[in-house]
Design a protein around this ligand. Structure first.
Ligand code: AMP
Length: 286
């Protein structure tokens, strides 16, 4: 496994592999790797001859009062994990290597980024799309793998690739969870034991909503109100949002009359947790 920090040799390596007819896959991460990240690498290995992982804690997607400094950094363990997954290249750029001091360009996807996490984290998605566009250029792979855990991010990146004709297939991968349903996240390390138990309520409440929808409940407000009640019954939490949206456009829904996604962000203590679940159109209650 190669570990590279510079842009030019990284791009050269991917181009050489492609010239030899290899299918190349990209897994962008911020490190502190867990089973969720490893599942992306596994899928990439299944679909591609060569897998490149990027590890970069991207400052431009953190707000001024967010956890950029505290974000867990575990490079040694991460490299060992990548190696054990059969990854061929890890790209670990420096901050200066990624962002020239006089850089002036931002990639922004309008429309999909104003609501949900975008409403609560101004500028976050511009930071994400800009760094991902750069990574797509530095590592011009055939496919890139992203988790459904960050459903809005996946939707935004898909749209960016489509709108800008980027020659890369964006592949969404299912959320990997702890045994009690909590979506794996590098930020779960911030939770105390009590908060960790409480955090299981997020996925439990989302699954109950899917059951209610399958039973014929179409009202988005009824579904999201019940989710809110279930989460708050588990302990003190600040709810950023709980919203049912069109799974493609992320437009808010009043009624579950098409394939939907219920997305939420909840703060438990110092930890901001996100999760989401797909909801099919329920059968008519009448
Ligand atoms: P991050 O390191 O948090 O920026 O995440 C890097 C990639 O891993 C993103 O595409 C995430 O959506 C994905 N990811 C993070 N957690 C999970 C999880 N629990 N299951 C599946 N994918 C995940």
């Amino acid at each position: 496994m190669q570990v590279l920090t510079d842009i030019e040799p990284t791009r050269r390596l991917i181009r050489e592999l492609q010239a030899r007819g290899q299918q190349t896959g990209l897994v962008p991460t911020m490190g502190a790797l867990h089973e969720g990240h490893l599942s992306l690498m596994r899928t990439a290995r299944q679909q591609c001859d060569f897998v490149a992982v990027t590890i970069f804690v991207n400052p431009t997607q953190f707000g001024p009062s967010e956890d950029f400094d505290a974000y867990p950094r575990t490079l040694g363990d991460d490299l060992a994990a990548c190696d054990s997954m059969g990854v061929g290249l890890v790209f670990t750029p420096t901050l200066d290597g990624m962002y020239a001091p006089d850089a002036k360009t931002t990639v922004a996807v309008a429309g999909l980024t104003g609501d949900l996490c975008g409403r609560h984290r101004p500028g976050h998605f511009d930071g994400v799309t800009t760094v991902v566009a750069k990574l797509f250029n530095i590592l011009p792979c055939d496919r890139a793998f992203f988790g459904e855990k960050d459903y809005q991010q996946l939707t935004v990146i898909r749209r960016m690739a489509r709108d800008l004709d980027l020659p890369i297939d964006v592949v969404g991968c299912p959320t990997i969870r702890e045994a009690d349903g909590l979506a794996m996240s590098s930020r779960n390390a911030y939770l105390s034991a009590d908060q960790r138990r409480q955090a299981a309520s997020l996925n439990r409440a989302l699954r109950s909503a899917v059951d209610r929808a399958a039973g014929g409940e179409r009202s988005a407000a009824t579904l999201t109100d019940r989710i809110r009640e279930e989460i708050l019954a588990a302990g003190p939490a600040d709810i950023d949002y709980i919203e049912a949206v069109d799974a493609q456009t992320l437009q808010p829904l009043r009624s579950i009359d098409r394939v939907a996604r219920i997305c939420l962000a909840v703060r438990i203590g110092a930890c901001r947790l996100i999760d989401n679940i797909g909801v099919d159109v329920p059968p008519s209650a009448g």
